[in-house]
Design a protein around this ligand. Structure first.
Ligand SMILES: [Zn+2]
Length: 399
């Protein structure tokens, strides 16, 4: 009697939660697979190599004579990863043209909604265009991180729900100018920026373990801060530390001031080589920087992955299936209609996303079948029918 009563309470609890809550729980597992896929794709050896390339320019000061060459290097990197749409967005400063470098991964369902990953690529030492300013940590590390996230997504064939924009900002060290220019344009054009993640100084770490990352957080961006902590705790080796000290010092501040949600990810121990000739690659830690990049990548993946790695394009209008009775007891029937015969697989998932039943139905166009549920405990489930390119999901309640 007591057991039955408790079971009823659990069922009522789930019914009260509603199906959307269950979908949220369920999606977490599928999204987790996607986060792990792209975090694994990112390599510290690549970050190290891009950082060295940027340091090799000797200076990247905003008004240095080579500043267009630096922008073109970044542009060509994006293109080499497959971003043929990459371009230079120019503005003027102190009688010079400055160039933000922008690459876009188009969203598939809500392309108007944008997620931005940015970092500045200019460097500074003595505010003098002719003085050596390698800027390995500040901020070749962040600029390299943006490149590596962009490369990982192309390499893995990521198809985000919303558009992801990678921006390498110019002229940050002379007053956040690249990001101010970007935000002014965004506001004029009414761009819908859902979140901006900024890297600035992400590679100073001398210990080999127990790494901490600073989350420079903004009022009004509490959900972004919470997401940063969630991804850091669950998908990186870093310990997150919320901080306010540097919030006005980098490009994320321009987005915050423009009314957009933002966060800056940053090394916990401030580089002792800041704005000096010793800010060189051998004083940076690319493994640590890669972990910080994995947090940003995880955040973008979390917000842009479809349940079970399906996309709206995959949800077919030429398959239908029904599940009955539902709620079911010891069995349910389902019927499928395909436009053409295709190999079809049936999966039943529990609310944690674990498969509880899996069956290859063969190459079929229509099928009516009874599925035995006697080994499946009471609760909420999802029935998924998949073919090579398409899938459909329906909820199933087992009483
Ligand atoms: Zn910086």
């Amino acid at each position: 009697m007591k057991k039955k009563y408790i079971l009823s309470l659990i069922l009522i609890f789930f019914l009260k939660l509603g199906i959307s809550q269950n979908i949220a729980l369920y999606n977490t597992t599928a999204v987790g697979d996607s986060i792990i896929k792209y975090k694994t794709e990112m390599k510290s050896v690549n970050l190290n190599s891009y950082t060295q390339d940027l340091v090799n320019f000797k200076t990247r000061y905003a008004t240095a004579s080579n500043h267009r060459q630096v922008a073109v290097y970044l542009l060509n990197k994006f293109k080499s990863f497959g971003y043929q749409n990459a371009y230079l967005d120019s503005f003027t400063y102190s009688s010079t043209w400055q160039y933000n470098v922008i690459a876009t991964l188009q969203g598939t369902t809500t392309p108007d909604s944008m997620y931005i990953l940015g970092a500045h690529y200019d460097s500074n030492s003595s505010s003098n265009a002719t003085v050596t300013a390698p800027g390995a940590d500040d901020n070749a590390s962040g600029a390299a991180g943006v490149l590596e996230v962009a490369r990982a997504y192309k390499a893995g064939g990521f198809k985000p729900k919303s558009t992801i924009v990678f921006v390498e900002f110019a002229a940050e060290d002379v007053g956040l100018l690249g990001s101010k220019h970007y935000v002014n344009d965004a506001k004029t054009s009414g761009l819908k920026i859902a979140m901006m993640v900024n890297f600035d100084m992400i590679s100073n770490e001398t210990s080999s373990s127990n790494w901490t990352m600073k989350i420079e957080k903004y009022t009004g961006s509490e959900k972004v801060t919470a997401l940063t902590k969630y991804i850091t705790n669950n998908y990186s080796s870093l310990t997150p530390l919320e901080d306010l000290e540097h919030i006005t010092c980098s490009d994320s501040y321009s987005f915050n001031q423009g009314g957009y949600k933002a966060v800056q990810l940053m090394e916990n121990t401030y580089s002792p080589y800041y704005h000096s000739a010793n800010d060189i690659v051998s004083n940076t830690n690319s493994n640590y920087a890669t972990e910080i990049c994995r947090v940003a990548c995880g955040m973008l993946t979390y917000r842009n992955t479809y349940p079970l790695n399906t996309s709206m394009n995959d949800i077919a209008d030429n398959i239908s299936f029904s599940v009955y009775p539902n709620p079911a007891n010891s069995y349910f029937n389902f019927s499928i209609n395909h436009e053409k015969a295709e190999e079809t697989i049936l999966h039943i998932y529990d609310i944690n996303g674990s498969i509880v039943l899996s069956k290859n139905l063969g190459i079929i166009s229509t099928l009516d079948q009874k599925v035995d549920l006697s080994n499946i405990s009471k609760g909420f489930y999802f029935v998924k029918i998949s073919t090579k390119n398409k899938s459909l999901i329906q909820k199933l309640i087992v009483k």
